[in-house]
Design a protein around this ligand. Structure first.
Ligand code: SF4
Length: 287
């Protein structure tokens, strides 16, 4: 399907193949060399390009943090919102523009540690959003503080002796709260991740994709994980694809095993389906 801006890609050697989706005037981006956020962002742009949905029908909403900067780099309607509040902004946008495909693209600190309450309620209400969480286990931008996703025993700037708290299992939380589509990939699984994002775009209801990623600067160095390439090779070594398992069994232990795959793909009435039963659109117009 030919999309808005695609003609710009033809006959222009040297330009990024997704340049029609990038605000090139905002480059260079702020992400550190070797950071995995770019990989996830690129997968998301590829999924937008490959989907059958017109670019004009997409919007991206991000919170604060390194991942949150994505909303400023995508050349679509986008909102860089306050810390932890991407989902409430996205919900408001969806209510105002129900036909739009709203992508929430943010980090683990933003979506789960500060914004966890919003996440569980949007999943519970089955609000039609696609939430992509770049989980790099820390607050990268602000200096590598502990988050609700930081692995047990890992060092952060606020847990120099090792984190003694148990992290959330994000797919399990999403599924338990009511998400109709749940998957987890790492930044090694680019093709599968892109396919999963396309599937999530085509899903009616609350879809969630966790992407296990590296923050070589704030998390990797402190935990002696090696170079960005070493980390990707480590993901390759310990990742196990287990599609269809119960998300409670989707283990994530960065020293031993990362279970990835699609865990939930189901149907349920959305918030708007149920709302329209009580307040049919005709009533609204006449009101
Ligand atoms: Fe990426 Fe970490 Fe650098 Fe932020 S601090 S851009 S998450 S490597």
């Amino acid at each position: 399907m030919k999309k808005q801006g695609d003609e710009e890609l033809n006959g222009m050697p040297g330009r990024h193949p997704l340049s029609s989706l990038l605000r090139e005037d905002r480059m260079p981006h702020i992400w550190c060399p070797g950071c995995d956020i770019g990989t996830v962002f690129s997968s998301c742009l590829t999924a937008i390009h490959e989907s059958k949905i017109d670019y004009n029908n997409f919007a991206m909403v991000s919170g604060i943090g390194c991942t949150g900067r994505a909303a400023g780099y995508i050349k679509l309607d986008s909102f860089h919102t306050t810390h932890g509040r991407a989902i409430p902004f996205a919900t408001g946008l969806k209510i105002a523009k129900p036909r739009m495909k709203i992508i929430v693209f943010s980090g683990d600190g933003d979506l789960f540690t500060i914004g966890g309450n919003h996440f569980i309620h949007a999943a519970r209400r089955n609000i039609d959003l696609t939430v992509i969480c770049v989980n790099n286990f820390t607050y990268g931008m602000t200096g590598g503080q502990v988050a609700s996703t930081t692995p047990f025993n890992s060092k952060t700037s606020t847990t120099p002796q090792g984190n003694f708290e148990k992290p959330f299992n994000l797919p399990y939380m999403a599924a338990a709260a009511g998400a109709v589509y749940v998957s987890r990939w790492t930044t090694l699984h680019v093709r599968r991740l892109t396919g999963s994002i396309v599937e999530a775009f085509n899903k009616k209801g609350f879809s969630f994709i966790e992407v296990v990623s590296s923050c070589p600067t704030s998390f990797g160095r402190r935990n002696k994980l090696g170079s960005p390439l070493d980390i990707i090779q480590h993901f390759h070594k310990i990742s196990v694809i287990q599609n269809g398992i119960h998300p409670k069994d989707a283990n994530l232990d960065i020293s031993k095993e990362i279970v990835v795959g699609k865990f939930v793909d189901t149907e349920a009435p959305t918030f708007f389906d149920l709302l329209e039963k009580i307040y049919p659109p005709e009533t609204e117009k006449g009101a």
